[in-house]
Write a protein that binds this ligand. Structure first.
Ligand code: CA
Length: 241
């Protein structure tokens, strides 16, 4: 992996109170080319944070002084910076609530640095591409999938697939939010409408059909992944070097 020295480094605010994690993250993320700032509790995080000062916030939930939940709410009130929630295994976390509060993604401790780095890059990339093309994208390209929004056509590695109206809308929503967890509520609301009163299994049936079309191995999805108890996520395809 080559790093140009003139490259603009992604600035990460790491909100974390456990020393062992602080050390590992500082070393690991710096080595990956990130510019790391540490806040050791919720109050420090809020004092450190200012709009446009950071490209991404990595936010531990269990924090001294001000809880991660309140930090998330405050930051989101002031900025649309990507926020990745970090929770400990076994911790009771209402992830649906966190996502409603505006968190973009989350990881559970213990996590692997590689996975964390991939998640950070995905939310940052997503935000950048949003900034670039705020207007309606006519063509969305993610991995092998190409979607021509206006013509309502979709291609996998160049071969056209036929999608029904709701399938198209669902896949489009997922493609427009790579790397982001979309809750079942959001997906149903956006694709079927807030007054939808049908069976929520409908969503899973549609996801199953999309996987059948998009995935090499639908039982082991690589692109449309399940976030248990929460919803689904379109995995941001890695940029091949
Ligand atoms: Ca903690």
């Amino acid at each position: 992996m080559s790093k140009r020295s003139d490259e603009v480094r992604t600035r990460v605010l790491v909100v974390e109170d456990e020393e062992s994690f602080i050390d590992a993250l500082t070393v690991g993320l710096t080595r990956e080319g990130f510019d790391v700032t540490i806040a050791r509790d919720g109050a420090e995080a809020l004092a450190q944070f200012a709009p446009r000062r950071y490209d991404v916030v990595l936010l531990d939930l269990m924090l001294p002084k001000v809880s991660g939940l309140d930090v998330c709410r405050s930051i989101r009130g002031a900025s649309d910076v990507p926020i990745i929630i970090v929770s400990a295994k076994g911790e009771e976390v209402d992830m649906v609530l966190m996502l409603e509060l505006g968190a973009d993604d989350y990881v559970t401790k213990p996590y692997r640095l590689r996975e964390l780095v991939a998640r950070i890059r995905a939310v940052v990339r997503r935000r950048e591409s949003h900034d670039d093309v705020e207007a309606d994208e006519e063509t969305i390209e993610r991995g092998p999938i190409t979607m021509d929004v206006e013509a309502r056509r979709c291609f996998i590695s160049g071969d056209e697939i036929k999608l029904r109206k709701k399938e198209f809308a669902l896949l489009r929503l997922l493609l427009e939010n790579p790397g982001r967890v979309l809750t079942r509520e959001v997906l149903i609301d956006r694709v079927w409408g807030s007054d939808y009163v049908g069976d929520t299994k409908t969503l899973d049936v549609h996801i199953k059909r999309l996987r059948g079309l998009v995935e090499d191995d639908p039982k082991n999805p690589e692109y449309i992944t399940t976030v248990r108890g929460v919803g689904y996520r379109f995995e941001s395809p890695k940029r091949d070097a």
